[in-house]
Design a protein. Structure first.
Length: 261
């Protein structure tokens, strides 16, 4: 029978010599959607993260619309510390208000990572999705002069969200060598169809829509309907997304732990 380990100072358990403490759990925080493809996509991304880090406990919680909801995931973790990684592409109400409120109610220490965007790995995933949709891997000068991309995001009233989307547009433009214009499915301007029309009026006759969304759903469908040329798939479970999730997880570990009151 294994003897129990007495608590150390402050009531914290002492880790035996030679045994590493378990890493904090990684909790993917998805928005949630009524579209069943969204849940399947998030679960596929979770599976890819687990394959990259098999020893890391990875869980899923939703802000709304899908189970498990984030408070239920945190409750099930009990006293296990957790790092919440929002599967959101920029700042906004969910990142600034909803997720911190749910994290504060957890019984264990938690910390919330930065949203996924902006980051060069998102530009890598966006570029890959455009290539899958038909963007040429080696574009010549004539192609670049007549082409452009609309970066189609969900949209938010938070000005920080628009700033983050513009930064991602700049990163993608640097990879493609063509103008990349942010546009939105809701709550912000310009709308995706208006951005497509504006670029066409400027002589950009091949306007691609890059879906700056994590999963299929209502916004992805709305953005795709505005396309007159190629439309890329949402970012989904691309390998660069999984690498970015783990990057945000490890990045957040530099911050001090705080416990809920």
């Amino acid at each position: 029978m294994t003897a129990s380990i007495p608590p150390g100072p402050g009531g914290r358990p002492i880790t035996p010599i030679g045994r590493r403490p378990a890493p904090p759990a990684l909790v993917l925080v998805a928005h949630g959607s009524r579209d069943p493809r969204a849940l399947a996509t998030v679960e596929a991304l979770m599976g890819r993260v687990r394959r990259l880090r098999p020893a890391l406990p990875v869980h899923l919680g939703h802000i709304e619309l899908n189970e498990p909801l984030l408070p239920d995931t945190l409750a099930a973790l009990g006293d296990t510390p957790a790092v919440l990684v929002p599967l959101l592409l920029g700042r906004g109400h969910h990142v600034g208000q909803d997720i911190p409120r749910m994290a504060a109610a957890a019984s264990a220490p938690t910390r919330t990572a930065a949203p996924l965007g902006p980051h060069p790995l998102l530009a890598e995933a966006l570029h890959a999705r455009l290539l899958e949709a038909g963007w040429p891997p080696a574009a010549d000068d004539a192609f670049r002069r007549s082409s452009a991309v609309v970066l189609a995001a969900a949209g938010s009233r938070d000005p920080g969200s628009a700033t983050d989307t513009r930064r991602t547009a700049g990163l993608l433009a640097g990879r493609l060598g063509v103008p990349v214009i942010p546009a939105y499915a809701s709550a912000a301007a310009p709308a995706v169809p208006a951005a497509v029309r504006a670029l066409t009026a400027r002589g950009r006759h091949r306007v691609a829509i890059a879906s700056y969304l994590t999963a299929p759903g209502r916004f992805a469908t709305r953005c795709a309907a505005a396309g007159s040329w190629i439309v890329s798939a949402p970012l989904g479970a691309h390998e660069a997304m999984a690498r970015l999730v783990l990057h945000r997880y490890h990045e957040s570990l530099a911050a001090p732990w705080t416990s809920a009151a």
